[in-house]
Ligand binder design. Sequence first.
Ligand SMILES: Cc1ncc(COP(=O)(O)O)c(C=O)c1O
Length: 383
Amino acid sequence: MTQPAKPRIPVSQPYQWGNEIPYVTKALRDNWISSAGEFLGRFETEFAKYCNVRHGVACVNGTVACHLAFAAAGIGPGDEVICPDFTMMAPVFSIMYLGAKPVFVDADARSWTIDVTKIEAAITYKTKAILAVHIYGHPCDMESILRIAKKYNLTVLEDAAEAHGADVQIGGEWRRAGGIGLAAAFSFYANKNITTGEGGMVVTDDDGIAERVRSLKNLRLGNTNETRFIHDGVGYQYRMTNLHAAIGCAQMEHADDARAAKIAIAEQYHSLLANIPGVALPPSCEWGRNVYWVYGILIEDEFGVGRAETQRRLAAEGIETRTFFYPSHRQPHLIQQKALAPSPDDAFPVSNRLWERGLYIPSYIGMGDAAIERVAAAIRAIR
Ligand SMILES: Cc1ncc(COP(=O)(O)O)c(C=O)c1O
């Protein structure tokens, strides 16, 4: 007799805390189903407060949150923006939507975020901004980034799509990731610690940026009856619906619980996966508090089985995993388009290594001890 297949453990899945259905139902019953309604304002206010800034502007996803934030910050044709080579590509594409050029800097081996010691060498007279992308829940070394930006008079932008609620130390004070640069982009995709299904937000403390983002996301419509259809420039239609914001409001009621749940899963993995030769655990640097959006591990030679084979063996056990990001400087399309500053592959040893060795394992709110233990045991059994 064949063994029954073990239940699949997904790499991620959304978690509903309780008020998602009642709030969406209320929005439907009230007939506020488009891009106005009580939940939108409430979600924006609560999320901005969570980041300790004054403005939140909701939009349809994290990619357009990047586009809006960078556009409002004045990034445009001919500008260069310093960004990490090891990143999800949405912020890179957003720089390119604006006719600006991404200039890649290798990852730091300790935090997997941008290597701040290599930023200055990438600055030219065209550099307009440094983009800090917080990776897998671990914040960038923002104190160093702010210092460099000040020295060269550059704008600091953040992509905090992967780091809801992460904290970072600046001048001895803990500050919220996403509340530090001129503007920050967030994603609320279904795998994020706080989700609206699809969704995004730009947060900022700057009144002018907030106003520009609001206008840009709404086609730059005029704001009086007389001027409504007179546009002061090219805009976008990137509005979030009240239905999505209703989900966001329900999620915000448990924002701290969500963060605590992800950290608790990570702590369980830390102890269950400790001391497996050849398995390196995710980073935790003194300047930041990792919220472990995903739990990434590196498969080193000592493990005896490579990253691809490890993934295959876990898949055979019903355990889903994902590879790490592909280094930006190797993206074939960017190379073909000659969109990159000339950058030899060996200028990115850490990013290349993360791609070759990294995978992330299941970690989602509500996962439960049994599933966590099954994943850890399956990894241990491979060796
Ligand atoms: C760093 C980063 N930026 C932007 C995005 C894009 O967000 P979205 O999928 O909501 O467009 C993601 C998505 O995972 C991300 O990881």
